[in-house]
Ligand binder design. Sequence first.
Ligand code: ZN
Length: 101
Amino acid sequence: MTLKPNNIVIMNDQIAIKWNDASESLIDNKTLRLQCPCANCSGESDVFGNIYKSNNLKTNNENQYLINRYIYIGHYAIRIVWRDGHNAGIYSFEFLKSLDA
Ligand SMILES: [Zn+2]
């Protein structure tokens, strides 16, 4: 059985995921944002192995920890759209499950 969410609920500072194996995950928005897997947030390495991180995401903007909505990407992931407009992060279900505290 492939792990996938039966239901995802966005709350103020957490998301709750009900999985198809009957388990549940609660993940802090802040954790989600800090673990954003997109190239911008996680750092992109060039051919020389240098890692670049974008500084413009490290603002004090409260909206960066608020989720606007999520979009299913195929059958394996969701894209999270943050209130500050950042939406490049694609979170696979396996990854979300691993973030559960
Ligand atoms: Zn990102």
